[in-house]
Design a protein around this ligand. Structure first.
Ligand code: PLP
Length: 391
């Protein structure tokens, strides 16, 4: 039985160009901070990678800070900004966020609340997962001088909904408040331009777009003060110490370049596959509910289709599909083996039952119509069995 992989939002295979760029570095020696020729060679690879990422994403090379991935980039932006803003003015204790952020944002915010005196205000979202701009403006205007930062993800990893970032940036700008965006799912899937977006920091992750695991970046405006989380050798503008992983950075840069170059045509291809998937699921399971952007949507993530299957436990359905060679995700976290209803769906107004009965199918660069058809063929009997098991 061949496997159909429909979990590209969790991680996607490396692109050939990324494998080539990375393997070309694996046998080379040289610490990018060393002064001798081998060190300078390694440094050149890092700086060329930085330049190509900057070029692809509309920022200056000096604005790219390499990290170990999206989680670290989000942590650096949120804690780094919060601490530096509070050091300037201790009254800036509020952080405005949306209720549908990834745990890489939610958990550091929670931690800042528990340990560092932050007050977190969550901007509500509508039934599709889009934040309420009026609520954000009201929260900002309540006590603008107390706001340290605003964070709003570019695109949601569970349901694929995009946030109205231009509105967020405009509202925050009125009060001189910096904006962070988690663009981990957006880069490579949607057009992303750092300067044009007007945000202050932006997190991205290599393994979501065809690069290696364990590397990512925070794009941070040059003039922005960020308090470092990691202290040591002073690498990366003294904001993120640690010897740079030259092969991973080379692979990451090659993947970003490739994904951004083909973004528009690939998004169109994936939107076609998504429509096929949505039609097929609805045909096989007529009462399935599509969450997030509608089938014809042109703004959300092109590769994500998220459904609730009434009467099913999402996890059982996932395991039944897995046994039939189809790999997907519930999209939500599982704490110590106990399935949790997705905080994203709850914020979108679904009840616990609806939130627990959901699955995310996510498409990526290797996905084909045959993958979609295999899912559709397996789905009906699996849903029947999941319903019978539950009953
Ligand atoms: N933010 C979002 C929206 C994500 O989807 C993920 C990964 O699932 C992350 C952050 C974390 O990124 P990483 O796996 O590189 O730590």
């Amino acid at each position: 039985m061949s496997t159909v992989y429909l979990d590209h939002a969790a991680t996607t295979p490396m692109a050939d160009v990324a494998v080539e760029a990375m393997t070309a570095q694996l046998r080379a020696v040289g610490n990018a901070s060393s002064l001798h020729a081998s060190g300078r060679r390694a440094r050149r690879v890092v700086e060329e990678s930085r330049e190509s990422i900057a070029q692809a994403l509309g920022c200056r090379p000096g604005e790219v800070i390499f990290t170990s991935g999206g989680t670290e980039a989000d942590n650096l932006a949120l804690k780094g900004l919060y601490w530096s803003r509070r050091a300037e003015d201790s009254g800036r204790h509020r952080i405005l966020s949306t209720a549908v952020e990834h745990h890489a944002v939610l958990d550091p915010l929670h931690w800042l609340g528990e340990h560092e005196g932050a007050t977190i205000a969550e901007v509500p979202v509508d039934a599709s997962g889009r934040l309420d701009g009026d609520a954000l403006r009201t929260l900002l205007a309540e006590e603008p001088a107390s706001v340290g930062l605003v964070t709003a993800m570019w695109a949601n990893n569970e349901v694929g909904t995009t946030q109205p970032l231009p509105d967020v940036v405009a509202a925050a700008e009125e009060h001189g408040v910096p904006v962070h965006t988690d663009a981990v799912q957006a880069v490579g899937s949607l057009p992303v331009d750092f300067a044009a977006a007007g945000v202050d920091t932006l997190a991205l992750s290599s393994h979501k777009l065809g690069g290696p695991l364990g590397v990512g970046a925070l794009l941070a405006r040059r003039e922005l003060l960020l308090t470092p989380l990691v202290h040591g050798g002073g690498q990366e503008r003294d904001v993120r110490s640690g010897t740079l992983d030259v092969p991973a950075i080379a692979g990451f840069a090659a993947a970003v370049e490739e994904a951004v170059k083909h973004q528009a045509e690939e998004a169109e291809r994936l939107r076609g596959l998504r429509r096929r998937l949505v039609d097929g699921v609805r045909r096989e399971v007529p009462d399935a509910v599509l969450n997030g952007p509608p089938a014809e949507d042109e703004e959300g993530l092109p590769g994500i289709a998220h459904f609730s299957f009434p009467g099913c436990e999402g996890d059982s359905l996932l395991m039944l599909l897995d046994a039939n060679g189809v790999e997907c995700s519930t999209g939500s976290a599982c704490a110590a083996g106990v399935p949790q209803p997705s905080h994203v769906l709850l914020a979108m107004g679904r009840d616990e039952e609806g939130a627990r009965s959901s699955l995310r199918f996510s498409l990526g660069h290797p996905s084909t119509a045959a993958d979609v058809d295999a899912l559709v063929a397996a789905l009906g009997p699996c849903v029947e069995r999941a319903r019978a098991a539950r009953a």
